[in-house]
Design a protein around this ligand. Structure first.
Ligand code: ADP
Ligand code: NA
Length: 347
């Protein structure tokens, strides 16, 4: 157990939403509260990943501060964890370059995330895929290698993420073993993926898509800092169906209603979706949506209160201190691995 090293990251592209929270962030806090003191816990604000899409400089800086405040508000303890900004630890980018020299292009080409960020689905015809890729940037294509570097540089054993990242973790393991084989040294550790029970929370406006920070419609996601009224308004606008009779859980036939049932269940740390559905089956659609909104609000109230305190102007010095300390600890851990990697490579 003393070798446990947990790493995960989140993009500073807006306040985290309920999908980020149930799929990843809540698990980070759970790990913090339940792992042995010897376990190393590292959580990264991945600004280098954020710039794979156009960002406005002032807004990006603001969002990094807000994200740090959110991570503290949900209960991450900077005395226990290393919380840092990716771009402040250059060893991540350096290792990325080295790994780029062992990462197979063909494998990267099969990653689906960069395609979905271009608005091309994975089962798309080749022509449409080609034309979308023509204007796309190298960073969007190669960021899974940066992600591999982020993870491997901290000798990570466990990576708590949502399901959308499972494919990248698989690639990370392949790159690590390919590096170890190429340089005949067991330097890079192969990490395990930890999926939370809420692997994939869906959009409130399009239950075929995952809830995402980057979707155009802000009503498609619940932000951790949304007011109680905003949560009710978004839930009321959530896309469901007009199937008459009792509410039922059926992801295929009733994806909108079922997504809300899953959210309600996950908030209560339950996975018996059918039972949860039975408990609300007699409610009208409107009363059901209000019920889900109430459950979300009750859960998020302490997070919001904490966030307001932490983000206050009078508290900025504390946030700066936390970011500096995180950077210092992350550099120490990353530079150690990078030195060994360079030694093996001969640079
Ligand atoms: P986003 O895709 O919303 O920009 P990030 O890429 O910053 O979010 O991902 C941060 C973490 O949240 C990752 O572990 C990711 O797997 C998880 N995550 C993102 N969206 C969802 C979702 N809809 N359901 C479950 N987990 C999610
Ligand atoms: Na994502």
């Amino acid at each position: 157990p003393s070798n446990i090293s947990v790493f995960s990251g989140i993009q500073p592209t807006g306040i985290p939403h309920l999908g980020n929270y149930l799929g990843a962030l809540r698990q980070w806090v759970g790990i913090q509260d339940n792992s042995p003191k010897s376990a190393r816990l590292t959580f990264c604000i991945v600004d280098l990943h954020a710039i794979t899409q156009p960002q406005e400089a002032e807004q990006l800086r603001k969002r990094k501060t807000e994200l740090l405040a959110t991570l503290l508000a949900i209960g991450l303890d900077p005395r226990r964890c290393t919380i840092f900004e990716q771009s402040r630890v250059p060893a991540h980018s350096e290792l990325m370059w080295i790994l780029s020299c062992v990462a197979p292009m063909g494998r990267l080409n099969r990653m689906t995330q960069w395609k979905s960020k271009l608005g091309v689905s994975s089962d798309q015809d080749a022509f449409q895929e080609k034309s979308a890729a023509a204007g796309s940037k190298l960073g969007l294509f190669s960021y899974p290698v940066l992600q591999a570097a982020d993870i491997l540089i901290h000798r990570t054993t466990h990576v708590p993420v949502g399901e959308d990242q499972a494919q990248h973790l698989e690639l990370t393991r392949e790159i690590a073993s390919s590096f170890n084989k190429t340089f005949k040294k067991d330097i890079l550790k192969l990490p395990i993926t930890l999926l939370s029970p809420a692997k994939r929370v869906m959009s409130l406006k399009d239950p075929a898509q995952k809830m995402s920070k980057s979707a155009a419609d802000p009503a498609s996601r619940i932000l951790l800092t949304d007011s109680p009224k905003a949560v009710h308004d978004k839930l009321r606008k959530a896309v469901t169906d007009s199937i008459p009779g009792p509410l039922t859980y059926d992801m295929q036939k009733r994806p909108g209603v079922s997504n809300l049932i899953e959210i309600l269940a996950h908030i209560q740390r339950r996975q018996d979706f059918d039972n949860v559905a039975k408990e609300v089956s007699e409610l009208s659609l409107k009363a059901f949506k209000d019920h889900v909104a109430d459950a979300i609000n009750e859960h998020l109230e302490p997070v919001r209160d904490e966030y307001e305190k932490i983000i206050a102007e009078s508290n900025r010095e504390v946030l700066r201190f936390v970011a500096n300390e995180g950077e210092r600890k992350a550099r120490e851990s990353a530079e150690k691995t990078l030195a060994e990697v360079k030694e093996a490579v001969g640079i």
